[in-house]
Design a protein around this ligand. Structure first.
Ligand code: FAD
Length: 392
């Protein structure tokens, strides 16, 4: 890979959907890019993957620009045209429909593994040098260069250098930790139980969410009109118990929260459990190190916005490197400021939803019911809620 005049070199650490996107985008701009991933390219499977993401319009636009969205098999995409949000055991309810914002859909549910598979393929084809099965174990970062040490599974060491390193190595980012970037975090004291569920009635392309006293439950419509992806966020004392229930008892409990809108439910996959934590890195730029995606921020999945925030980090970062600049650092500082503000706003919104719907005090329930009732009738308020759903 030869370096053209005015072009830079990058090392991206982490080949999740965010690392792969930034690597591909930078390569398409003509920069030299190396990507380090401790795993391998995710395989394509004929079964729906249990981990999915609601991809907002803004993220889809980026993926289209990268030429990847067009490659995703249409029969695996679950576009959703409506959203229904309600509180269990209360009259609080709000419905959104794509036509209210003159769109054909509000977003699409995509399997993480599928998206990562196609991003990986596109990155390799575009000329990103991918080092898979290796881990970054040390970085030397200065004001004008970075060099990193890799370790292979056999314990061999290799040295790489570049103009910039981008940490996209997820919520437990080791690159961020080694750089000692300050981190704000708190545990949500909840886990998310994730599974694929077969529904008796068609889901009609509607993403459903119920707020219960122990946490929100989301039923996300998959491409198959009778399969949904479940994200059941539940307070810690209860989450382990849910996993020990038989499949039948588990779906009975689930059904009791579903307003019977999907008929009889049947588990169609294993149940997976994820600890939920809010994390916010206070510095996203330090000398030649940039931090993006879950390495920079991780939020509650209740509004399905974690990956969407990461895609927005990528999109704005690609704008910075799209053309040669006298002073990249100044523009990167601005990028950092804007992205931190966007992440903080989303974190605050998630916190508001989560706390606002916690507990089953009857007075609070009445307030929530009235609040949603008003929101569903006041166009600007509803538009604002829909804007969050669409990715800001
Ligand atoms: C239950 C649940 C539901 C969610 N639903 C949604 C949703 O609907 N919509 C949405 O937008 N977001 C959603 N999210 C959030 C979304 O999944 C994450 O924001 C997104 O996956 C983060 O991507 P990433 O590439 O930043 O990090 P990751 O996906 O964590 O990728 C990091 C990569 O780095 C690699 N790596 C780690 N350390 C090293 C190392 N030292 N060397 C080399 N490689 C390394 C890892 O192997 C991994 O491939 C959800 C999250 C959860 C938990």
């Amino acid at each position: 890979m030869s370096k053209r005049a005015g072009k830079l070199s990058f090392i991206v650490c982490g080949g999740g959907m965010i690392g792969l996107s930034v690597a591909l985008g930078l390569r398409q701009q003509g920069h030299q890019v190396q990507l380090i991933e401790r795993g391998q390219q995710p395989e394509l499977s004929s079964e729906f993957g249990a981990r999915v993401s609601a991809i907002a319009h803004s993220s889809r636009a980026l993926l289209q620009q990268l030429g990847v969205w067009q490659k995703l098999p249409a029969e695996r995409l679950g576009p959703y045209t409506g959203m229904q949000v309600w509180e269990h055991d209360s009259f609080a309810r709000i419905d959104f429909n794509a036509h209210e914002v003159t769109r054909t859909d509000l977003g699409a549910i995509v399997e993480n593994q599928l998206l990562e598979h196609y991003l990986w393929q596109a990155a390799a084809e575009a000329g990103v040098t991918i080092h898979s099965g290796v881990t970054s174990v040390a970085e030397q970062i200065s004001d004008d260069q970075v060099s990193i040490t890799l370790s292979t599974k056999l314990g061999n060491k290799q040295q790489l250098s570049a103009d910039y390193i981008i940490a996209a190595d997820g919520a437990n980012s080791q690159v961020r930790q080694r750089a000692q970037l300050p981190l704000t975090f708190w545990h949500y004291q909840q886990h998310a139980i994730v599974a694929t569920v077969h529904t008796e009635l068609p889901h009609q392309g509607i993403a459903r969410q119920a707020f219960t006293p122990t946490g929100p439950i989301a039923w996300l419509p998959l491409a198959d009109s009778q399969q949904i992806s479940l994200v059941w966020s539940i307070d810690d004392p209860h989450s382990e118990h849910l996993l020990t229930l038989s499949a039948e008892r588990f779906t009975q409990r689930l059904q009791s929260f579903s307003n019977n809108s999907l008929g009889q439910l049947t588990l169609a996959s294993e149940r997976h459990r994820f600890a939920l934590k809010m994390q916010y890195c206070q510095r996203w730029l330090q000398q030649r190190l940039l931090v993006i995606g879950d390495a920079a921020h991780s939020i509650h999945p209740l509004a399905g916005q974690g990956a969407n925030l990461g895609f927005a980090d990528v999109s704005q970062l690609l704008d910075v490197f799209a053309e040669p600049r006298e002073d990249y650092h100044r523009t990167l500082r601005q990028w950092e400021r804007e992205r931190k503000t966007a992440a903080m706003t989303m974190i605050a919104a998630m916190e508001g939803f989560k706390r606002g719907f916690a507990g089953d005090n009857p007075l609070l329930k009445l307030l929530r019911g009235s609040g949603l009732h008003i929101a569903s009738r006041v166009a600007p308020l509803k538009q604002q809620l829909m804007q969050i759903a669409l990715g800001g």
